[in-house]
Design a protein around this ligand. Structure first.
Ligand SMILES: [Zn+2]
Length: 627
């Protein structure tokens, strides 16, 4: 189906008039695009067929490659593994040589030919935001797992995509530029092609006007349960607040939200939209839509932070190698900070509920021993081998640049406000960063730090060194003092004596500190954090706990530990890979980790003013979700 965007329509002739500069810096000449046709004769079996019509530009050999990763998701994913068959022919259909030379490259003998045609069969049934997901009645197509190109000059070529819709599929939907031909699209360069997911099928599509261009909410899997109108009204409110935050809307292109209702949560940002997964039942409750909207708020913020304002390493992309950057905590962490702050400013949460969210984020960081092992910068740099490759020891050695980065955002905002005496904030930092670095090149970590110092009017480098570039315990006190906040520990209920004067029946009990899961009658260890008695005892993940001091575990483990005080050494009987082992473990007192961020009752007028400058007041009713 042709989606009509009059301002985006291009005459077909333009395809053949795109200037081409050879990679060697040679003379500019005109070049026709690589032209892909997507077909779905075996959609029922999760296959698509891609035909790539490739101008040779006079080369005797064409070296082709398939991307190995997709921007926004920092892991080598080896998309070439989904190619089952690949053939090369002339445009008349005569077979020519094609040889696979590496895991993701092929060489085609193109001597004497103006164009070659490469056809490949692609499997796609990964239900997530960064792969292909093809079924009998739809296909969610991402760029990196789909399009191969020419090694030498993929960044200098334009591209064209045509979708041949199977019978019964209503249309195709993508932020790529439309053309006069139905279901045909144009990308001026490879980054745009790869960054533009496409959904073919019969989704529910609704739109709202944002600054004169449509924002489309393309929902798959609503199944008559999901309320797209309600969701879209909420999205429009988020979009309005975020545009007010940045002071502008950075695009004149349509924006596409691909909302895949799969039952689990995920999102991947693109320059002109994003793909998200969610739960179809979320649109019918306020809590559900709030959770869905939180992800929308995050991904929409990337329209500015991440996709246009970006680290130098994140574009133009080398799709065959990792793009190492120390600044993912800016891209993802600061975005995670604003995803909640801007929902608060849009009236979707109260000040108190925002502080509850911030408490949860801080608590999560403080309960992760890895915060003292890995810095935010290193977490960003090593995302390829660590963040996207979690293992049983991750919590002990790593800190997420999402959650950890959002707490850094919270602290940084407070610090800029504090040192500038509330004349500047992180909002001003982000806006100036956008103004200065959203062009072709991007920013380095050092430039972001220097710019923050400039806005704050004070050298912030030592702060960044301590909080972002070194693994260390955060000092929350300056932030608490600035806003007039404090951490309130949840009080353990005082054990009451029985009316007959005897002691209370529940003994406090010792604490082992292993994360356990009871499954099929077995008590299995799922995580062992450093600093716990379980860690000191050498309990392993996947050990099965069988008995404590000779008594078989038949109740919750706490019941078996309750008779023993902290400091007592108990004997654990465990099964490790089938071998029965006795392990002594010295129990400790369970740390109280249930505290939250609250406003101090004795906050000074200055502190109250700082808090209101940051979070407003709750005097205005929070905006009820329309229903
Ligand atoms: Zn993100």
């Amino acid at each position: 189906m042709l989606i009509s965007h009059p301002i985006m329509r291009l005459g077909l002739f333009i395809f053949f008039l795109v200037s081409f500069t050879a990679a060697c810096g040679g003379p500019v000449r005109e070049v026709a695009p690589i032209s892909y046709t997507l077909r779905f004769p075996e959609a029922l079996n999760h296959y698509m067929e891609v035909e790539a019509d490739i101008p040779t530009l006079g080369a005797d050999q064409l070296e082709l490659f398939m991307p190995v990763w997709t921007p926004g998701s920092y892991l080598i994913r080896e998309y070439a593994r989904n190619i089952d068959r690949i053939d090369a022919t002339t445009v008349k259909g005569n077979s020519i040589d094609i040889t696979k030379t590496t895991k993701n490259r092929w060489v085609v003998n193109s001597a004497g030919l103006d164009r070659v045609r490469v056809t490949y069969r692609l499997y796609g049934w990964e239900i997530n935001v960064r792969s292909n997901w093809i079924e009998g009645d739809f296909a969610m197509i991402n760029g990196a797992p789909t399009y191969l190109s020419v090694v030498d000059n993929y960044q200098q070529r334009p591209y064209q995509v045509h979708v041949e819709l199977p019978d019964g599929w209503a249309g195709s939907y993508t932020a790529l530029q439309t053309t006069d031909r139905p279901n045909s699209y144009f990308a001026p360069d490879f980054d745009t092609l790869i960054d533009s997911p496409l959904l073919a099928g019969s989704p529910q599509v609704d739109s709202v006007d944002i600054n004169g261009v449509p924002l489309y909410l393309v929902t798959l899997g609503g199944a008559g349960v999901w309320d797209n109108d309600r969701a879209l009204r909420n999205v429009a409110a988020v979009a309005k607040t975020q545009q007010e935050f940045w002071g502008h809307y950075p695009s004149d292109k349509p924006y596409y939200i691909f909302n895949l209702l799969t039952g689990f949560r995920g999102g991947l940002e693109h320059k002109d939209g994003f793909v998200m997964t969610g739960d179809r039942w979320y649109s019918s409750t306020r809590g559900g839509i709030g959770s869905w909207l939180s992800l929308v708020s995050h991904e929409y913020f990337h329209l500015w932070n991440g996709k246009r304002l970006r680290p130098v390493q994140l574009g133009p992309f080398d799709y065959e190698h990792e793009a190492f950057t120390r600044s993912l905590w800016v891209v993802e962490g600061i975005t995670s900070y604003y995803q909640h702050i801007l929902l608060r400013r849009a009236g979707f949460s109260t000040r108190e509920s925002y502080l509850g969210t911030a408490s949860n984020l801080i608590r999560s960081v403080e309960n992760t021993p890895g915060r003292l092992v890995q810095s935010m910068s290193d977490s960003s740099f090593d995302s390829w081998i660590k963040a996207y490759r979690p293992d049983e020891n991750s919590s002990n050695t790593r800190i997420s640049y999402y959650g950890g980065g959002s707490v850094v955002g919270l602290l940084l905002d407070a610090e800029v406000r504090r040192v500038s005496n509330d004349t500047q904030s992180l909002d001003d930092v982000m806006r100036l960063a956008y103004e200065r670095y959203s062009g072709e090149r991007g920013y380095t970590e050092a430039e972001f730090i220097a710019l923050t110092s400039e806005v704050a009017g004070s050298d912030m480098a030592p702060w960044f060194k301590r909080v972002v570039q070194t693994p260390s315990q955060h000092d929350y006190q300056p932030m608490l003092d600035w806003y007039g906040l404090e951490f309130e520990e949840a009080k353990e209920p005082e054990p009451k004596m029985l009316p007959n004067g005897l002691e209370p029946p529940d003994a406090p009990g010792g604490w082992l500190g292993a994360d356990l899961k009871v499954s099929g009658g077995k008590t299995m260890v799922t995580r062992v954090l450093t600093g716990t008695p379980a860690y000191a005892a050498g309990l392993y993940v996947k050990d099965e706990l069988i008995a404590v001091n000779g008594f078989r575990i038949e109740k919750a483990i706490a019941s078996h530990l309750r008779p023993f005080l902290a400091g007592t050494t108990v004997e654990l009987l465990i099964s490790r890979r089938g071998e029965l082992i006795t392990l002594p473990a010295t129990l400790a007192e369970k740390p109280n980790k249930s505290w939250k961020l609250i406003i101090r009752k004795d906050a000074t007028p200055e502190q109250t003013a700082h808090l209101e400058s940051w979070l407003g007041t709750d005097e205005v009713e929070s905006k009820p979700d329309e229903s």
